[in-house]
Design a protein around this ligand. Structure first.
Ligand code: ATP
Ligand code: MG
Length: 192
């Protein structure tokens, strides 16, 4: 499950728990994008190390989930296809690994704009988690193996959490306590 995690929130927790349960995964990596290239041109993105620290705090709330540095350590723009190739090369060995790419339903219409989508779809099975998004349910993307996961439809986004924090509005109902403490320690998102 890749993301900007700027910051991570209870929607990510719900999505992570839903996929872990539905797909009986042995591990779930919360992969923190180093440079989320499709976002970084349009808005300021918090430093990767801050987002990683927050994501580690979030992962501690979800048994079976762990924060991954793989894209931060690789550096540069974060392409899921590079990450998939790296994970399969590292974990493959004698035991074939089945790799899922977990995405929220809001990302399905964008998959074709990702880097090397034809390579990516050969390497992974998509796990699409439902998300309250305006409009209709996205169509099954052409050529991908897909599992649809009906999550609890948590109406929370990082954008909304950032907007609230910038206005000094509490986010206790949107972000785990441990993550809020980490945000405060690092002095993130507040209006200075
Ligand atoms: P932003 O508002 O900045 O776009 P976001 O809330 O979408 O942030 P990301 O870090 O971009 O958070 O999300 C990482 C992954 O988690 C994406 O695949 C996204 O679709 C999914 N996701 C985020 N929030 C939810 C949610 N509430 N329910 C289900 N999936 C979610
Ligand atoms: Mg988003």
């Amino acid at each position: 499950m890749g993301g900007t995690f700027d910051p991570p929130h209870l929607g990510h927790v719900a999505a992570a728990k839903a996929v872990l349960e539905r797909l009986s995964l042995s591990r779930l990596l919360l992969v923190v994008a180093n440079d989320p290239w499709q976002k970084s041109g349009t808005r300021p993105v918090s430093p990767a190390e801050d987002r990683f620290a927050l994501t580690e705090a979030l992962a501690a709330e979800v048994p079976g989930a762990e924060a991954s540095r793989i894209e931060i350590d690789r550096g540069g723009p974060s392409y899921s296809v590079d990450t998939a190739e790296e994970i399969l090369a590292r974990e493959g060995g004698d035991h074939p690994v089945e790799l899922y790419l977990v995405v929220g339903a809001d990302l399905v219409p964008e998959l074709g704009t990702w880097h090397r989508p034809e390579d990516l779809r050969r390497l992974v099975t998509l796990a699409v988690v439902s998300r309250p998004v305006p409009g209709t349910t996205p169509a099954v993307p052409e050529g991908w193996r897909v599992e649809w996961i009906d999550g609890p439809q948590v109406p929370i986004s990082s954008s909304e959490v950032r907007r609230r924090l910038a206005r000094g509005v509490p986010v206790d109902d949107q972000v785990p306590k441990s993550v809020i403490r980490c945000i405060e320690r690092r002095g993130l998102y507040a209006v200075l």
